[in-house]
Design a protein around this ligand. Structure first.
Ligand SMILES: *Cc1c(COP(=O)(O)O)cnc(C)c1O
Length: 407
């Protein structure tokens, strides 16, 4: 690729990560996005913003999360030592609240009274409704009607938290349409409203800002592993939907050239059109919802259907910074299928007493394949992005367990 740019871990002023990223939005959205970019830059330089965020991350969200040596999993696989970064222990059960908390503090600074967000499976909607309730801000969550049907318990959770859930009936009635509706709302109500986007995706400044709010994962993990092992891990891994939990873990290790980083996408039912969400396997360069990156699309640029057993990995585009890091050879990507993720889901429960989110189970599935090929002296650090309580119903449709014995 014949582009010259300086990356050094940051995008340029228009949000380009090399040939990726940018601000591919209608003119009406440029004003609010530029205002947000300015305000975020100001907040980032302000020590009182950092202090406030650290305070709520510690006392409300539950940071720092432990870095746990999975002894039985390590022994069972017979290779590298496996550490789990326990984002599953955060309030609301996943990493998403790191970003929701950062953005709502920014919204308050900007004097916004109303919060909107999109959600697919409902996890980001729940995290957003939670922080909005906690600060007493009005909250509207856009959700595809099909998703709202599939995830009715999360709809109820958001409503319990005082949010209004608006069902979107356009197109496929899933995440992509929910994002489009949230953008439409934002343009109309921008004076009062902040849009909390849920992954390291969309137009600048979101990919950079969401990454920054999740980088606390990697900063903590780096300090924790140095304390426990007196050395860096050989391999970092995380699942990749939009890519926020992965980039949050990876970013603080970018300069540690010897640390290998592998993102795990959703292989679904296999790499066939419409059956997966592995953008680097079946995708090509395109623009989706504000950003230029790898997208699952057909020859005419029509967005393809995606599938994954885990709703959180089920999106047609990947965050733009991942595309650049992959071009640079700094990060690598693989995928795990539905059935590999389901078996990892079960294995981690049986061996460690931890039921992971089905999203996180994709990263565990990769660890199960990779650890036995590594030396016992080597270290794998995997991000456990969320807990699996939300997935128990879905898993029960696929995993047949021995029926309980009668007395
Ligand atoms: C939403 C979600 C993901 C995927 O989102 P990323 O932006 O790729 O991190 C992964 N794990 C869990 C538990 C989630 O809720």
């Amino acid at each position: 690729m014949n582009v010259s740019f300086h990356y050094k871990g940051q995008p340029d002023s228009k949000g380009h990560f090399g040939p990726y990223g940018g601000m591919y939005v209608p003119e009406t959205l440029m004003m609010p996005l530029l205002e947000l970019t300015r305000e975020y830059a100001r907040a980032k330089r302000d020590p009182s913003f950092r202090r406030e965020l650290d305070y709520y991350l510690a006392d409300y969200v539950g940071r720092p999360t432990p870095l746990y040596l999975a002894e039985r999993l390590t022994r069972e696989l017979g290779g590298a030592r496996i550490y789990l970064k326990r984002e599953d222990l955060l309030h609301t059960g996943a990493h998403k609240i790191n970003n929701a908390m950062g953005q709502i503090l920014l919204a308050r600074r900007m004097g916004k009274k109303r919060i909107i967000a999109e959600t697919g499976a409902g996890q980001h909607g729940v995290a957003t409704a939670t922080v909005a309730a906690m600060f007493g801000l009005e909250c509207v969550i856009y959700m595809g009607a099909v998703d709202a049907e599939r995830q009715s318990l999360n709809v109820y959770r958001m409503q319990l938290l005082g949010a209004e859930v608006r069902r979107v009936t356009a197109g496929q009635q899933t995440l992509k349409e929910a994002i489009s509706e949230a953008m439409r709302d934002w343009v109309t109500n921008v004076r009062t409203t902040h849009y909390i986007l849920g992954s390291a995706l969309g137009s600048h400044p979101y990919p950079m800002m969401v990454r920054d709010f999740h980088s606390v994962i990697g900063r903590e993990a780096r300090a924790q592993i140095l304390k426990k092992e007196k050395r860096l891990p050989h391999l970092l891994t995380a699942c990749v939907g939009g890519g926020s939990n992965a980039i949050g873990l990876f970013h603080p290790f970018l300069k540690d050239r010897k640390v290998r980083m592998v993102g795990v996408e959703a292989g679904g039912r296999g790499i066939r059109r419409g059956q997966h969400a592995a953008r680097f396997k079946g995708g090509s360069l395109g623009v989706l919802q504000g950003t230029r990156t790898y997208v699952l699309q057909d020859a005419d640029g029509q967005i393809e259907l995606t599938h994954s057993v885990s709703a959180g990995l089920d999106y047609a585009a990947i965050g733009p910074e991942h595309s650049l890091l992959r071009d640079m050879g700094r990060t690598e990507y693989t995928y795990a299928t539905d059935s590999e993720a389901l078996s990892a889901f079960r294995r981690l429960g049986e061996l460690e007493g931890i039921i992971p989110a089905l999203e996180s189970a994709h990263a565990i599935a990769y660890v199960i394949k990779q650890a036995p090929k590594m030396k016992k002296s080597e270290i794998i650090l995997v991000n456990l992005s969320g807990r699996g309580d939300k997935d128990v119903m879905e898993a029960s449709k696929h995993l047949k367990l021995p029926s309980s014995k009668g007395a």
